[in-house]
Design a protein around this ligand. Structure first.
Ligand SMILES: Cc1cc2nc3c(=O)[nH]c(=O)nc-3n(C[C@H](O)[C@H](O)[C@H](O)COP(=O)(O)O)c2cc1C
Length: 212
């Protein structure tokens, strides 16, 4: 199977069953990337997104991987967040995802750019009611409020938008990271762990085996 033949897998959808084995040199690593990220689609994978701020300081934070296609994984956030400031100054990012059983780690590096409006809207509508309301209420203004005032903000949002707001706030945004390197790490119970990195080169993907 090539990356182009893969169906789009988004959080909450059943993927086609694809093996999560280590891709071989010569394989398309984006096929394995989609398979490794889509292990449990009913529970969106959690990843760590690393960016570099305008002063050159690395910053990282956990976030949900909203979906993945062979073009790369997507994540969604608030346009006022630090990560958006960072990506505006330097669009390169790294996303690392650990499987829940800790036997596989996937690291993707490349430029991240905003997805289109339809994709952002579709992903918002796939979110749970809690996460929809969170997008409306998790603002700079509420950040410093005491717990009782934060609950009041939440109650007012429910009263204004309903328990599952249909549309996102203007600050809702999404990004896709387009991998230029993909690193697969696999733990083994009776052998050294195995790490293989694929680099995107003009002629295709170049594989490199690494310790650690
Ligand atoms: C389990 C978990 C899931 C999270 N999911 C997201 C997410 O999908 N999008 C997001 O913007 N922040 C998410 N966050 C919050 C981020 O970790 C982070 O605090 C926030 O995005 C602000 O980051 P920034 O100021 O570096 O941009 C999540 C945090 C946790 C602990």
């Amino acid at each position: 199977m090539t990356a182009a033949e893969l169906p789009e897998t988004r959080a909450g959808e059943e993927p086609e069953a694809v093996e999560t084995t280590m891709p071989e040199p010569g394989d398309d690593p984006l096929v394995a990337m989609v398979a490794w990220l889509a292990v449990d689609p009913l529970d969106p994978p959690l990843g760590v997104l690393a960016t570099v701020d305008p002063d050159g300081t690395p910053r990282c934070r956990h976030l949900l991987i909203s979906g993945v296609t062979p073009d790369g994984p997507t994540f969604h956030t608030d346009s006022r967040s630090q990560k958006v400031v960072d990506l505006a100054a330097n669009p390169r990012a790294t996303l690392v995802v650990l499987s829940s059983d800790r036997t596989r780690q996937l690291t993707m590096t490349g430029p991240a750019s905003p997805t289109d409006h339809d994709e952002q809207l579709r992903t918002y509508r796939d979110r749970t009611p809690y996460l929809k309301l969170l997008a409306w209420t998790n603002t700079p203004a509420t950040a410093a409020l005491p717990p009782s005032a934060r609950r009041q903000v939440w109650a007012e949002a429910v009263a204004r938008h309903g328990p599952t707001p249909q549309d996102p706030p203007d600050t809702w945004t999404g990004y896709r990271l387009r991998p230029e390197t993909v690193t697969f790490w696999r733990g083994e119970p009776d052998a050294p762990s195995h790490r293989r990195r694929f680099h995107l080169r003009p002629g295709g993907w170049l594989a490199e085996d690494l310790p650690g």
